[in-house]
Write a protein that binds this ligand. Structure first.
Ligand code: PLP
Length: 401
């Protein structure tokens, strides 16, 4: 049976079920009627920009995050952009961020002509390494060319970064903190939902995220009324209290009403889906934990498993396991094949120094399917294939040139 409580009986399971990385159709089968009701309501009132669903969604997200303010925006990337525009981050400013993350985290400071400073990650949790962060801040200070302005912590794969340590360090150095929570809405640290750990928190509704829309979208959380007002202004061309009163340079960065309607429908299933993702993670932990490195839990946290990434002993083994998965209908993915300081677009902005953990992890990491509609049969199939490829290297070795 499916790991979410579903009223639709699952079809008889085939011998080798194909296991997709994501199954938005299965999700639609569970929440279709509510989704259609929500979309029809927007079609009826026709307020496609900043309609009532946007207001309702912001209130509901703020409640869930335990945040004073939520401002919805056009994407997770625009959430980061607006957050940094609001602080006037720009030329001469150093923005510290992990080298092992999605490209958007580094792209935004560069769009604003600030300087990203890449920080290595912890080898067990893959989250930003706070001792390396301390070293990188000290190096920027010693260099005297850049002003340390902000730290972007990323809650990678749905687990929280070490926020107490990050915020303490940022405070010591007079920097603001941004939580890139694009992969982790719904996660918690020390019993508190993510959303208030940093000065502002950015989330994404890209369809593959745990809370995904049917297109692009994102949101910002903050405890500061001033920041929230700035975010609202910046997402609408920098307008002031009155329309066509342009106070500052902004962007067109609003969330569509239709996306808000979709997200409100999705939220009715969200808690059960986060619980289902946790059950999938535990199933993998149980069956694969002795064979390879399964995700190490961040202490005193609850994850929102956007990605379940395992670490293989080396790159060749990863290739072999991935090939076996492909041959048996199991989707896999590599997040991320290259740390950001090695990306052609960013390498020129890096000191050239090695970030050994990020570089090593990129060669060995592999993500397995994790979504709320995986059945126990599908999970067992994934585990059988992975275990088989690790146990019988010769049979599963891909043809090599
Ligand atoms: C997805 C993602 C983003 C960007 O979100 P979009 O909504 O796709 O713009 C930023 N940071 C991280 C870590 C992400 O995973």
């Amino acid at each position: 049976m499916s790991l979410t409580q579903t009223t639709n009986p699952a079809p008889a399971s085939p011998v080798s079920p194909a296991v997709p990385f994501l199954d938005l159709r299965a999700q639609q089968a569970r929440i279709g009627p509510e989704m259609r009701r929500r979309i029809d309501a927007v079609m009826d009132h026709c307020q496609f920009v900043l309609g009532p669903e946007v207001v309702e969604l912001e209130a509901e997200l703020a409640r869930r995050a335990g945040a004073a303010h939520c401002v919805s925006v056009s994407s997770g990337t625009d959430a980061l952009l607006i957050a940094m525009m609001a602080e006037d981050i720009g030329p001469g400013d150093a923005v510290f961020l992990p080298a092992f993350t999605y490209t958007a985290t580094a792209e935004v400071p560069l769009l604003l002509r600030a300087t990203p400073v890449f920080v290595d990650i912890d080898p067990s949790t893959f989250q930003i390494d706070v001792s390396d962060l301390e070293a990188k801040v000290a190096a920027v200070r010693a260099g005297g060319r850049l002003r340390p302005r902000a730290v972007i912590g990323v809650d990678l794969f749905g687990q929280p970064a070490d926020w107490p340590a990050i915020t303490a360090l940022a405070e010591r150095h007079g920097m603001m903190t941004i939580d890139d929570c694009a992969q982790a809405f719904g996660a918690a640290l020390h019993g508190r939902p993510l959303g208030t750990q940093a000065d502002c928190t950015a989330i994404s509704f890209f369809p593959s995220k745990p809370l995904g829309g049917y297109g692009d979208g994102g949101a910002l959380f903050t405890q500061s009324a001033e920041r929230a007002a700035l975010y609202r202004s910046l997402r609408t061309h920098g307008e002031g209290q009155l329309r066509y009163d342009v106070q500052r340079i902004g962007i067109n960065g609003r969330l569509d009403t239709l996306q808000a309607a979709v997200l409100l429908a999705k939220l009715t299933a969200f808690d059960a889906e986060i619980a289902a993702r946790e059950r999938v993670a535990r199933h993998y932990d149980r069956r694969l934990g002795n064979l390879l490195q399964t995700p190490v839990r961040v202490p005193e946290s609850e994850a929102a498993w956007a990605v379940y990434a395992v670490l293989l002993p080396d790159g060749l083994t990863r290739e072999r396991v991935q090939a076996a998965c492909k041959a048996h209908g199991v989707a896999t993915a590599i997040y991320y094949p290259k740390p950001l300081h090695h990306q052609p677009a960013y390498a020129g902005h890096h000191t050239g120094e090695s970030l050994p953990v990020s570089e090593d992890v990129a060669t060995r990491i592999m993500a397995l399917p994790i979504h709320p509609d995986l059945t126990v049969d599908q999970l067992d199939h994934v585990c059988d294939v992975v275990a088989g490829a690790l146990a019988h290297p010769a049979q599963a070795r891909p043809a090599r040139a």
